[in-house]
Design a protein around this ligand. Sequence first.
Ligand code: KQY
Length: 363
Amino acid sequence: MTDTLQSTPAADGYYMPAEFSPHCGCWMLWPERTDTWHAGAKPAQQAFCAVATAIASGESVSVGVSANQFIHARAQLPASIRVVEMSHNDAWMRDVGPTCVVNAQGEVRGVDWQFNAWGGITNGLYFPWDQDDLVARKVLEIERLDRYRAPFVLEGGAIHVDGQGTALVTEECLLNPNRNPELDVGQIELLLAEYLGVTTIIWLGQGVYNDETSGHVDNLCCFIRPGEVVLTWTDNRRDPQYKRSHDALKRLQQVRDARSRKLKIHLLPHPGPLYMTELEAAGLDSNDSTKLRVAGDRLAASYVNFYIGNSVVVAPLLDAKHDRAVLSKLRRLFPKRKVIGVPAREIVLGGGGIHCITQQIPV
Ligand code: KQY
């Protein structure tokens, strides 16, 4: 007996809608591991609370919390946010949660990707990850949505779609031998077409410098509406991000999307460079099965890592020299949504951003 659907979303007429399409809610997880999150994970918990609260102004938010942290998380989060006991290994709901797909009748199902902690035994960020790999299935149970179990490794942060047949991905991540070494590019394209219901895949090269996910696209570039993307950008030739962003721009300028449109490309300044401080590094617990983080590590921070909610855009505040300009640009790009800036350094210290800790469930 299996509880998974045996076909694929595309075969059943389903596709992944864009993040800017209406949501019925958003899921997050509660950060607690003290080898990822310094100072007993308290600063990260505050940052996650601020993100959850901002999103909750426009849609319902559910947070999965371990048994040990349940009472504490319940006390920290506003009453309007649903808190559900759920085991997990860390707190990256974008990657371990379901990617939902919809059909023309407005029915919703979920894709449950195989998860290997961004690289498996040799390259992954921690071991074990068995509880993370069950999170999508548990969310879909609670949401009463049917589930496809994908036959390959992928994370929600590794894909962006426009909801009109186009997906954005990076070669650094999807073609990395630490994910699906047995698959070639053609096979990966076929699987993306089947599981996301897309017909056009835009391949960018490398993601953000020093991104421990092997270059997730959600830190580099995203759709803000069909035919329009934002890209993290630096004019500083000495910054290792320079080549990555310039290569991405060139590729974006050359492609057409699934509806044959040329893309309109908006640039957001790349923050920093930002580095982990001595104090932050000293506040981490040691764990031999976890990637070591040390003082001086360049943080893979990016303003592109925002969440597009029903009525809000929750954007990271990362660098005082750019925050105001970024918020005003996002306000121009999203005239119908309230753009809320939330301090995000504490999330970035764990290796991701606001987008990485959220996962929307479409209407
Ligand atoms: O990019 C994301 N979607 C997640 C980042 C996870 C980082 C793990 N430390």
